[in-house]
Design a protein around this ligand. Structure first.
Ligand SMILES: [Zn+2]
Length: 63
């Protein structure tokens, strides 16, 4: 079996994982206002989650 030539140190392993972590977060389209929002979060633009308005959003944002 092919083997790695050198042991991956904790430092190298963590640096690689850190790079993965800084990639852009997952975004899904809000079914109500079609903005990109974080999954499993109340939409910050329209305050909707799961088809219901759960948070009242300031009028200036609603337009
Ligand atoms: Zn929305």
């Amino acid at each position: 079996m092919a083997q790695p030539k050198k042991k991956t140190t904790k430092s190298r392993k963590r640096m690689g994982q850190w790079k993965e972590k800084i990639d852009a977060p997952n975004l899904v389209e809000c079914p109500h206002c079609h903005n990109l929002v974080l999954p499993h979060h109340v939409c910050p633009y329209c305050g909707y989650y799961d088809g219901k308005e759960v948070v009242a959003v300031e009028k200036s944002k609603k337009a």
